[in-house]
Design a binder for this molecule. Structure first.
Ligand code: COA
Length: 368
């Protein structure tokens, strides 16, 4: 019998996990036993994926093995493209991913996970190219996942600085506690359903603007502000109109999201290497963040509202030349590894997730 009301399940612990921990008061994110600052910017996506699997630092041979397996998975996904029907013609990249990933056929867990990670990247890039009326590029299995993702998006050789920036992003967002999409994946897994179904459910949850959909609007905001001097009046007008500042605030963090700092550092390295596509935006982004933090502090002295991951996701992915419509699918290309790890964990020790509700509808008179 339920005895607690917890709308949104705030603070309710539904699982034990060794995959990641979010400390919102101190602004600390631990992924598989490492602080996010330790790994994002210094290890590859393959190495982070390996950590999610067994929490042991992988050696070069292990990373090479995972790289080859993901390369083969990308090639398999590319071969599936002709059978996806009109999935890649969707207007929204997440709709395309949801439809396209449904075509993956579950087999043994290890193969299915590799297939899903490879397919999310290949389908996201193929959708983005189709969306821009550009020909789809075939994967190169010899490359790292980050390098090939940039190649699949741009049909051009990425610079080492760009690959490092892509890896920093993919590692920073690979897992993040019991967020909505991870929870969705675990709920489906808890029923005994298959991995592909869990990941398709997670894609649906990530699509929502309260979860994975904010980085595009952050760039729209920077475009509208244009110059650091305009930041304060623009932000004040936005708040007066009753709108929220995108990329600011978080359900869990009461300080700056630690991923904002690692992504900001990744943008700085990219700019210093001269590797950014288009106009460097870091200086403007920092000025807008500073102005927004000050204005929000004055308005909500009791409720700290600082930059979240999406603020510098927007700046980094834009600097890497990705179109803003591809930002959330790119998020999925990383987080799919976290989702799969959670599914295995749920299966290993979890119970059927089946919360209760309080009935507030009509109760018929009981028959005499
Ligand atoms: N801009 C302006 N005000 C904000 C704000 C923002 N980005 N985020 C929160 N607030 C205000 C709310 O209006 C509310 O004010 P009120 O008490 O006067 O009504 C107060 O701060 C508390 O907000 P609340 O809705 O309880 O916070 P939450 O934990 O439910 O929301 C977010 C978290 C992320 C949904 C929210 O901060 C937000 O909408 N941010 C912008 C979108 C975004 O960046 N999303 C990506 C998240 S990673």
């Amino acid at each position: 019998m339920a005895n607690e009301k917890a709308p949104g399940l705030d603070g309710v612990i539904v699982a034990e996990t060794r995959l990641s921990d979010v400390d919102g008061e101190r602004g600390r994110l631990i992924i598989a036993g490492r602080d996010v600052e330790e790994i994002a910017g210094s290890i590859s996506f393959e190495a982070a994926w390996s950590l999610l699997q067994d929490a042991t630092a992988p050696d070069a041979a292990r990373i090479e093995q995972l790289r080859a397996r993901l390369g083969a998975a990308r090639v398999r996904a590319h071969a599936l493209l002709p059978s996806l029907g009109n999935a890649l013609e969707a207007d929204d990249g997440m709709d395309a991913l949801r439809a396209a990933l449904s075509h993956c056929v579950p087999s043994d867990d290890a193969t299915t996970i590799e297939s899903l990670i490879g397919a999310t990247a290949v389908f996201a890039a193929a959708w983005s190219r189709t969306h821009r009326s550009l020909p789809i590029v075939a994967p190169d299995p010899a490359r790292s996942h980050a390098a090939d993702y940039l190649r699949l998006m741009h049909d051009a050789e990425p610079s080492p600085a760009a690959v490092a920036g892509m890896d920093a992003y993919l590692v920073a967002v690979i897992d993040h506690g019991m967020n909505a999409s991870t929870f969705a994946a675990r709920v489906v897994a808890s029923t005994g359903s298959d991995l592909v179904s869990s990941i398709v459910a997670a894609i649906g949850a990530l699509k929502g603007p309260l979860h994975g959909g904010a980085p595009g609007p952050v760039l729209d905001m920077l475009d509208a502000i244009g110059d650091a001097e305009n930041a304060e009046p623009w932000l004040e007008r936005e708040l007066l109109a009753g709108r929220r500042i995108m990329g600011m605030g978080h359900r869990i963090y009461r300080v700056r999201d630690p991923r904002a700092a690692v992504l900001e550092a990744a943008v700085l390295r990219l700019e210093q290497a001269g590797g950014t596509h288009g106009t460097p935006r870091l200086a403007l982004a920092r000025a807008v963040e500073k102005a927004a933090t000050g204005i929000l502090r004055a308005r909500h002295p009791q409720r700290p509202l600082a930059a979240n991951v999406e603020f510098y996701t927007a700046i980094l992915l834009d600097a890497l030349g990705l179109p803003r419509a591809a930002f959330t699918p790119t998020f999925a290309a990383s987080r799919v590894a976290g989702w799969c790890a959670h599914v295995l964990e749920q299966r290993a020790g979890g119970r059927l997730i089946r919360p209760a509700s309080r009935y507030v509808g009509f109760v018929p008179q009981s028959a005499a």
